[in-house]
Design a protein around this ligand. Structure first.
Ligand code: C5P
Length: 222
């Protein structure tokens, strides 16, 4: 028996997209597959952590020996995350949370009528920023999907959301990232950065968990 780099750590990971209801049969969402978050959950489990995956709707099997909490909307994801906060050492936000939701979803299916239809959207709560804003907070890792100026936007989010680390990927490339099995990222923390060339999401997840475990150890020692 070999003990891993996260033995005893309680890790909560958000993954996948969220769905925001327009009416009982329609929603707003995005193309997140959840693959990166699920791969991180397996890698954290294999590193010895006790893992909870808070997952939006995805087409992936639940990883073995990982507690999966299924959620639909951003507000469900926030509620589930807050409920786990007191039992969490490391919070990793890989979910592609919808930034906005329909202000007042209709109780009945919207009928086809005019040529255009207007939908008013309201900002969703920011799950990872809400967690990071707490005084008794876990070591918090965010993700940033950017299409331009990846480094500066990612660093901006690291500071604005009070994260301990941020993992940035360039989603303007369609060979990697969203819905792909491959990903390439740069990770930022304090004044440091580490880049990972394109590789499989499962391989990348193992390396990201190693780096996160290393930084988490350092954070605990200080
Ligand atoms: O601001 P942006 O959406 O680019 O930030 C991405 C990071 O913030 C990701 O870690 C994502 O999971 C998290 N996020 C969140 N709640 C939101 C929006 C983003 O937790 N409403």
């Amino acid at each position: 028996f070999e003990s891993g780099s996260l033995t005893g750590a309680r890790v909560v990971i958000t993954a996948g997209p969220t769905r925001e209801a327009i009416d009982p049969v329609r929603y707003i969402s995005n193309h997140s597959s959840g693959k990166m978050g699920y791969a991180l959950a397996e890698a954290a489990r294999d590193a010895g952590a006790q893992v909870t995956l808070i997952s939006g709707p995805v087409n992936l099997p639940a990883p073995e020996r990982v507690q999966v909490i299924d959620v639909v909307s951003a507000r469900d994801m926030l509620e589930a995350s807050l409920a786990r906060m007191g039992h969490c050492d490391i919070f990793i936000a890989s979910a592609a949370v919808a930034d906005y939701r329909p202000l007042s979803p209709e109780a009945q299916k919207i009928k086809k009528s005019g040529e255009t239809v207007e939908l008013t959207l309201i900002k969703n709560p920011d799950v990872v920023a809400t967690i990071a804003a707490h005084e008794q907070r876990p070591f918090t890792v965010g993700f940033a999907a950017e299409t331009q100026d990846v480094d500066s936007y990612a660093r901006g989010k690291l500071v604005a959301k009070k994260l301990d680390m941020i993992v940035a990927n360039d989603v303007s490339r369609n060979d990697i990232g969203f819905n792909s099995d491959m990903n390439a990222v740069s990770v930022f923390w304090n004044e440091n950065q580490q880049s990972f060339a394109p590789r499989s999401k499962t391989g990348l997840a193992i390396e990201l968990i190693e780096l996160i475990a290393h930084r988490y150890q350092h954070y605990n020692d200080n």
